[in-house]
Design a protein around this ligand. Sequence first.
Ligand SMILES: NC(=O)C1=CN([C@@H]2O[C@H](COP(=O)(O)OP(=O)(O)OC[C@H]3O[C@@H](n4cnc5c(N)ncnc54)[C@H](OP(=O)(O)O)[C@@H]3O)[C@@H](O)[C@H]2O)C=CC1
Ligand SMILES: O=C(O)[C@@H]1CCC=N1
Length: 290
Amino acid sequence: MTNPTHSPLRGVRLCFYGAGSMAEAILRGLVEPKLAEPGSISVLNRQNADRLRELSSRYGVVPADTDDKKNAALTAADVIVLGMKPKDAAAAIKALKPLLRPEQLIVSLVAGLSISTVHQLLGREQPVVRTMPNTSSTIGLGATGISFSSSVTAENRELALAMFGSVGMTAVVEEPLIEAVNGVSGSGPAYVYYLMEAMIDAGVKLGLTPEAAKTLTVQTVRGAAEMVLATGESPEELRRKVTSPNGTTEAAIRTLERFDFREGMNQAIVRCAERAREMGEAIRDEAAKS
Ligand SMILES: NC(=O)C1=CN([C@@H]2O[C@H](COP(=O)(O)OP(=O)(O)OC[C@H]3O[C@@H](n4cnc5c(N)ncnc54)[C@H](OP(=O)(O)O)[C@@H]3O)[C@@H](O)[C@H]2O)C=CC1
Ligand SMILES: O=C(O)[C@@H]1CCC=N1
């Protein structure tokens, strides 16, 4: 975590272009530990002014809720964070084109959106940081994959790493691997929640109260993740320690193998990455129409 007094984000004007759940997770991570001044952060969206007021009252950030204020916020920003859904990205980036100065840094959260498509939509090689964060950023436990366009300066790299480092861990990867990050950690929290749902359902079927099944499941998932971190042992080693020969865990794991659990996870993650590429192609096709 960055020390607030040495934060490279001090004095940097940030504009969140798209003010949904991912944008909130990141701005919260910046404002609550005082890594950035809320007065230097503006938020804007397409139409939902109530949402902007909500973010303003929660974090002290500046709502840009009229067309004039939106244009002024985008023009003044040092860093513009693209936080709209992929289907809205092409139109939003096209609208940005006449307002941008060449040195403004674009930080994209948008799944599938490639750096080259951003350049195509803007008609020039603006510096772009492409990221794939996840919702655990909300509580400072995010995992974000980051890649940089060739014109991103060392100072801007430091700034982007500080931004996402403030809400969890970061991994710099080559851009073609961002979809793999999407498959593993961007969408990853949903797989874990799905697993937890199944564990809770099974516990209830076996007679536990829903509350007991939930509490036991949540603590089990938390404890298992913390064990990997605290011991430095691999998930495989830790699994073997739980699994007594011919015992209860072995019976459970054999059942998962019978249903090809590992192959199911593998296929899910491959499909997720493939879907990110498809969504990226749809944005690129829209860019080509302009
Ligand atoms: N949620 C997740 O787990 C993750 C999401 N992402 C990526 O983050 C991005 C945002 O996702 P999420 O926060 O869940 O989405 P949300 O639907 O919560 O928020 C989208 C925001 O974009 C705004 N918006 C849409 N079009 C425009 C526009 N033309 N101009 C300005 N603002 C616009 C919306 O405004 P309004 O409400 O007024 O329409 C809204 O504030 C997506 O691209 C997604 O791929 C990445 C990693 C994880
Ligand atoms: O489901 C999605 O498309 C987004 C991208 C990563 C997580 N959620």
